[in-house]
Design a protein around this ligand. Sequence first.
Ligand SMILES: Cc1cc2nc3c(=O)[nH]c(=O)nc-3n(C[C@H](O)[C@H](O)[C@H](O)COP(=O)(O)OP(=O)(O)OC[C@H]3O[C@@H](n4cnc5c(N)ncnc54)[C@H](O)[C@@H]3O)c2cc1C
Length: 433
Amino acid sequence: MKVIVLGSGIIGTSSAWFLKKQGHDVTVIDRQPGAAQETSFANGGQISVSHAEPWANPSAPMKVLKWLGKEDAPLLFRPRAELLQWLWGLQFLRECTPARTADNIRQIVAISEYSRQTLRALRAETGISYDCLTKGILHFYTDQKEFDASLPAAQLMRDLGCPRVSINADEVVRREPSLARIRDKIVGGDFTETDESGDVYQFTTGLADKAAGAGVQFQFNTTVTRLLHEGTGAAAKITGVEIIDATGRHQVLKADAFVIAMGSHSQSLLKPLGINLMIYPGKGYSATYRIINPEQSPVISLTDDGYKLVVSRLGDRLRVAGTCEINGYSRELNTARCEAITRRTRELFPHACDYDNPVYWTGLRPLTPSNVPYIGKSKISNLFLNTGHGTLGWTMGAGSGRAIADIVSGLTPDLDFAFTGMERVVKTTLLPA
Ligand SMILES: Cc1cc2nc3c(=O)[nH]c(=O)nc-3n(C[C@H](O)[C@H](O)[C@H](O)COP(=O)(O)OP(=O)(O)OC[C@H]3O[C@@H](n4cnc5c(N)ncnc54)[C@H](O)[C@@H]3O)c2cc1C
């Protein structure tokens, strides 16, 4: 079958890889000059199965209200005169009930764990080399109330088969000696040894190279403008994708099946077809610093709960990422937010990095209200979805690619996940409802 994948971030690239492995003739289209140039470029680097709790949870409405208008808030909702943003906000509130949150966690853990195993297998199979650490993730807390609240969440993760262990402050520092200077501020932590971290850009471009070597065609510098369709109801079909190619020419590319993996931009492409995805961009920041004193730099991936920042060591660089603004599609850098990241990182590891030459970046997380992505079928029989991976697209990436390849090939992936447009097979071995 000829399949066109739209988008070459971590999601589109891994989709293309697995579709090719299943014997399809695959073309990937992306407007950028190479793979992973947008949200999959400089994220926090964590493969974090253990912290699958979505932002939409019972404590979120009060927190979001408290943070309204606060420039340095970890999650900032800036109300706009935009219907999608308000509908998204309302659905976010709906996802905050305990029952919805529990089901969302169950699904996110299932796809994330499946993905972590897939990533490991991919590494072994392809030998892709990228800055990665398989030493776990250590989440540390500086607020007693937040730490106390994390204990049942950690238990829930253990119930779901994820070895997230709650530890005291001394144990935090024993595991990560570079935190010794703030020992008196730390109230506890949790550690998950099976989690990992790594450079999503290096991995995705490495996988794109391997995929190209295996025969996947990549058409870069090519903008998707429209999907063409014919028929209605069950007979509806995508007949082609309209593009503007690298030379500026308008063309229509034909295929048997189409996979949408355009991150935050998937929503506007599908809307004219009457497919209303609830995906809104959540702008986040990262800062990357050159490490000048490796012995003072963290050796495992960290999450600083108080500041909602993640820290990943990527070879001789330190990547620190976080914050989320629900405020449209702009990727403009806000100096106050950038400086706040550097201030905190310098406070934690004052001599570890060259803080005078940070590389700042912003990316748009393709957020669904529940943080559960759309993976599966649309109402048009040859149009498939792999998008809306929100805060955990790197964590869920490899597995989402594998799952969509199965679905396009007419198979059902074997995990407890509500694949879009498909019947759910709930696994009773996981958390009781
Ligand atoms: C600050 C920050 C920190 C993060 N940290 C983590 C983390 O630690 N762990 C984790 O798991 N996740 C993390 N994430 C989330 C993760 O990065 C995303 O979920 C993931 O990158 C989304 O991948 P994607 O392939 O769906 O989207 P993208 O990488 O954005 O890919 C979409 C592609 O579609 C292309 N495209 C869009 N429109 C068009 C068009 N019209 N024509 C042609 N091409 C088009 C784009 O060029 C792009 O290449 C973080 C995100 C941010 C912003």
